[in-house]
Design a protein around this ligand. Sequence first.
Ligand SMILES: [Zn+2]
Length: 588
Amino acid sequence: MAGDIEEIKSKADIVQIISERIATKKAGKHYRALCPFHGEKTPSFMISPELQIYKCFGCGEGGDVITFLEKYEGMDFNEAILYLSERTGVKLERGAFQPKKEKEKIVEINALAEKYYHYILQNHSLGKDALLYLKEKRKITVNSIDKFGIGYSPQNQSLFENFFIKKKGIKQDDLVRSGICYERYGKCFDRFAGRIIFPLYDHRGNPVGFSGRLMPGVDRDAGKYINTPDTPAYHKSELLFGLNFVKDDIKKEGYAIITEGELDMISPWQRGVRNVIAIKGSALTDAHARLLSRFTQNLTLALDSDFAGNTAAKRGIETVQSMGFKVKVARLGKYKDPDEMAVDDIKKFSKSLSDAVPVYDFIIDSAFEKYDSEKIDGKVDISKEVVPFLSKINDEILKAYYVGLLSKKLQVPYDSVYAEVEKSKIGRITREDIKEERVRTDGKRELIEETLLLLTILRSAQEAGELKRYIKSIFAKRVLEELISYIKVKEFNVKLFADNLPTELKEKFREKYIANSIAYERSGDEKMANETEDLKRKLELIDISESQKGLIAKIKESESRGDKKDVKTLQKKLNELVDVKSKYFKPD
Ligand SMILES: [Zn+2]
């Protein structure tokens, strides 16, 4: 089987697979794109046709075609292999492949459950009240009920058992694992009994779970809404309700409207506002943002009217902002949620979207509504609420604008507000900080050695042997050793070489290779040869400086011991070194 996978990987062209999903652009021998895994404005996502890998120099994501499908499409390893085997026509040996994964099994059970619930709602007498409620009270059309696969789970336990266990032969354990059921006293109970069912699809349209809204009048001591618990197929923090239906609408409109609940999504949708999705709960997560960034960088929040007081919601906004999203907020006025507003007056809802204000204005306004800005306590409270948001603005001009706005509204000096904003920044370590730190602590020698090694590989790997005396740092030395033994037995091929490197060297090598081949792409042979000599000379100089330092330390030691003879010998050596060093600075 391992052979099959290698064959599939080598036949699947990573450039093509990625380019079908995101816009890529050829740049020299690489392809460049805006990273689909983090928000960015200038492309740092590189695809190397040569190595058949991708690497983002912004967020660090990287891997081969299978990793990409796993991360981008949410496929598991098996799904990715099956998908690629179909694409490439490489047949997988029958039976050699693993049995269906847990996730697929759950999706299958869910698909069945979806049909069952939907049938009950539309055709069964037990679903009549729920159907009436949806159509009359909630103004949901039959078209929407079909489109979103809405259903109803009756409180009749035997109906459930007959269908799933007796008729369809599904094992109780599997029903429990899918989350549709829970187990009590060895028996299986319908988790969603008495609820209107909204299937939850992943962005590819697989039913991964359900959300159940209690029918009014049904007495149960559980929440109005419950969801499938997290399973291998369903992760609450990743799901965006409706996304599978409106991906293209979001791209077309250039932004996504974020709401909180299923009906907040469906109501505007069936009235023609299509680029709308719902998060499960009030907080946007990292995973939501990564998924959304494939479709847009612009979000308009249409959340329940009390969201400004919600810490989780605020944290969510900070998250997406720090990932480069532009966030606006629609004001719903007297309405408690988008559903209520859309049902009452869809034009008003559309207008609230076009009038949406940048999130900072919204935060400032809500704080001023909440506290009395005439009183000193009120000013402090307002500042406490607003400042953390402003401190996360990366654009200095934008930041200065809002600091100015806040100081004017609070009637306090600009500098004091600015100082508060800066103070709030301290203590937060960003990815940028870490990156910078890494650059700073990367030894100079290490970096030069690595560049020398990669440059040699780019020019002519066969000459690797000549580097032995220059390379001393751990990573470069180990790669060099691997390289020397590789070229002894076969002709150099960078992909095969990289693929066969020990795991701990592989990723760093690939990263360095791509970075250096981009850096030297436009350099001709001569320039690269000169650069090579230059780097060698730099390393020699570093060597000399290090020996010098060692000698000086020894001299000091001998002096303190009063060993004049020793001092003299050492001094002579030191002078010789100075001579050698000075030669490096003479013009040739
Ligand atoms: Zn990235």
